[in-house]
Design a protein around this ligand. Structure first.
Ligand code: PGA
Length: 252
């Protein structure tokens, strides 16, 4: 049975003391009895990962990185490898976020290599994908999503899919305050699940958690998460404040 997951993407926010304050607030506020079958993940910036790993030791909160290089080592000034991340206790990594695709020109092919590198280091991957406003206006959203999944993910053998979390994030909803309607999210999540069924099998498709991301906040989380194929959310802005993040966790 797949799990619900609430993941907070802190992006390039929070210095060390702010990051510690935020993670302590989340850790103290999480009420175990209210988080039925739900995993909680936070993704701080690279420099704050180790401190957040230490604060969350022996808690149910897991720590993810926001990016990773595709290779394990080498002359790549400024980059960080999966080997380094797993070495400090980081269990998962976000790959394919729309900001990495658009601002840093990360292609579907590069993302496939990053996924392979992370999996080779036994890390879990939170793979993000989603259509632009233009794609949706042209009615191309399903085609675009299928292409993103096919070229970055569908080369993987079935056995490694237990280490993949999917995050559907329509680009037009990220950081804009505009959310997909619960019906739009459900429609796309079901489409994705059917693609998994077609390319792999029903068991795999039933077991994969598919998160929705894009302007999720305490006021809209419950309705979005109530949809049968939405297994939680990847939260940006509303994960930067422990009280909002905790409310979103409790709404699942
Ligand atoms: P947002 O970001 O919640 O601020 O829209 C979501 C994301 O970028 O993952």
């Amino acid at each position: 049975m797949r799990k619900n997951i609430i993941a907070g993407n802190w992006k390039m926010n929070k210095n060390l003391s702010e990051a510690k304050e935020l993670i302590k607030g989340i850790k103290e506020g999480v009420l175990l009895e209210k988080i039925n079958n739900t995993r909680i993940i936070v993704a701080p910036s690279f420099v704050n990962l180790l401190s957040v790993v230490k604060v969350t030791e022996e808690s149910i909160i897991e720590v993810a990185a926001q990016n990773v290089h595709e290779l394990n080592s080498g002359a790549f000034t400024g980059e960080v490898s999966a080997n380094m991340l797993s070495g400090i206790g980081v269990k998962s990594v976000i790959v394919g976020h729309s900001e990495r695709r658009s601002i840093y020109a990360e292609s579907n092919e590069l993302l496939a290599k990053k996924i392979d590198g992370a999996l080779a280091n036994k890390m879990e991957v939170i793979f993000c994908f989603g259509e632009s406003l233009e794609d949706r206006t042209l009615g191309k959203q399903f085609q675009v999503i299928e292409e993103q999944l096919k070229s970055s993910l569908f080369h993987l053998p079935e056995e490694v899919f237990a280490s993949i979390i999917l995050a559907y994030e329509p680009v037009w909803a990220i950081g804009t305050g505009e959310t997909a309607t619960p019906e739009q999210a459900q429609e796309m999540h079901l489409y994705i699940r059917n693609l998994l069924k077609k390319n792999y099998n029903e068991k795999l498709s039933d077991n994969i958690s598919i998160l929705y991301g894009g302007s999720v906040k305490p006021s809209n989380a419950k309705e979005i998460f109530s949809k049968p194929d939405v297994d939680g959310g990847l939260i940006g802005g509303a994960s930067l404040n422990s009280s909002d993040f905790l409310k979103i966790i409790e709404s699942i």
